[in-house]
Design a protein around this ligand. Structure first.
Ligand SMILES: *Cc1c(COP(=O)(O)O)cnc(C)c1O
Length: 395
């Protein structure tokens, strides 16, 4: 007997993920198909990754062409896709320089190192404190994990990177108590993703900006989940009228290929020298060509306006659901959390039977992150399915 894919996975792949009980074999737009030919409406988008959906023809062509022309060069050599992507990112953001990484967590690690060196070069040793917030998620690598306020994730791996202080999210007064002369950098998600889809308040981010300016600390936005058009603006920080000194991005940037980036202002970039940081794969030609396609498309004003409109439609329909268990619908653009007064795991499971993929953000929040190219008809189709799922699950 040949093993099934789930059996083979269980036997050979380290068991660190809870997986849905089917095997996805292909995708097209906002739809995925499993090995039995069953289709699913994709309202997870690989956790905010597939902004252009699956098998976007322009993305497929660009990646295939680049792979055929020049697939990999390390960073001891120049390559055009990397330089051109960096130029595009700077032209479309607050940033003056870009450091490329291979994932979100790596972009956060880079930001930690850049902040530490900036503080040391500018103010001398000792200014090493890092501040992060309750509900934050910055990644699973050692440094990023130290900034991730989740006891369950941290506990088995202590001791972690020292010098991290947590304060309650969206509480400006509490931030004033933890940010001081010893603070090197403050890390914050303008819209918290894993923590339950919580947008920051403008006043909170403005207070963080003012405190960082007062104490010479760097304000670092983690837009790995909320950036790249997800909220209806290219960067979530544009909703708040506050600019960071650094920003980490990843997830949607590569349209499905692994790439992260740390965006910096010139002031911070100036302290970094040859040999201070690096990566073998980062900024390779194929991922950078892919990212150029994604960035070009999602930065178009008409595209962003559509994300905002579709997000408003989805939110409106969710608010009309009339479920007695619904607590709150919140979020920006197509980054939406639906909080219920009980566990959402049964909804997600029922979704599989109905043909829709959803994920959670904490036990009671359904997290909706459809591809940004999702159609209005697909949003209506999703709502019809969710209505049925709610009725049959909690009838
Ligand atoms: C997903 C995520 C990360 C980690 O990114 P990986 O690519 O999984 O390492 C960091 N920060 C935020 C806000 C994220 O959503």
């Amino acid at each position: 007997m040949t093993e099934t894919i789930p059996e083979k996975t269980a036997r050979y792949v380290l068991n660190t993920y809870a997986r849905a009980p089917f095997v996805l074999v292909r995708g097209q737009g906002a739809e995925l198909t499993d090995g039995d030919g069953k289709t699913y409406l994709d309202f997870a988008a690989g956790i905010s990754v597939n902004a252009l959906g699956h098998a976007d023809p322009e993305l497929v062509a660009a990646v295939s062409e680049q792979m055929a022309q020049l697939g990999h060069v390390c960073n001891l050599f120049y390559s055009a896709p990397q330089a051109e992507l960096a130029e595009m990112l700077c032209q479309h953001s607050f940033a003056d320089k870009v450091y490329f990484a291979n994932s979100g967590a790596e972009a956060v690690e880079a930001a930690i190192k850049f902040a530490r060196k900036y503080a040391r070069e500018t103010y001398g040793p000792g200014k090493t404190g890092l501040v992060a917030f309750s509900g934050a998620f910055h990644g699973r690598t050692a440094g990023a994990l130290a900034l991730t306020a989740r006891e369950k994730y941290q506990a088995p791996f202590r001791p972690l990177l020292p010098g991290v202080t947590f304060a309650p999210f969206n509480d400006p007064l509490a931030a004033e108590k933890v940010i001081g002369p010893e603070t090197c950098a403050v890390f914050v998600e303008p819209v918290q993703g894993e923590g339950g889809i919580h947008p920051a308040t403008p006043g909170f981010l403005q207070t963080l900006r003012a405190l960082c300016d007062r104490y010479g600390a760097l304000l670092i936005f983690d837009e790995i989940q909320c950036g790249m058009g997800r909220t209806g603006k290219l960067w979530a920080y544009e909703h708040f009228g506050v600019q960071p000194d650094m920003m980490t991005i990843a997830k949607a940037l590569g349209g499905g290929l692994p790439i992260g980036a740390t965006l910096l202002t010139e002031r911070v970039a100036e302290v970094m020298a040859v040999g201070d940081h690096g990566s073998t794969f980062a900024g390779g030609p194929v991922v950078c060509r892919a990212a150029q396609v994604v960035l070009k498309r999602v930065s178009q004003p008409e595209f962003l306006a559509q994300v905002a409109e579709k997000g408003a439609l989805l939110k409106e329909r969710l608010c009309e659901l009339n479920s007695p268990h619904l607590v709150e619908v919140r979020g920006l653009g197509l980054m939406i959390g639906v909080e219920f007064d009980q566990d959402v795991a049964p909804l997600i499971q029922a979704g599989h039977a109905h043909g829709v993929l959803m994920i959670n953000a904490g036990p009671r929040v359904l997290r909706l992150l459809p591809p940004l190219i999702v159609s209005e008809a697909q949003i209506e189709q999703f709502i019809t399915m969710l209505r049925r799922i709610l009725q049959e699950t909690w009838a």
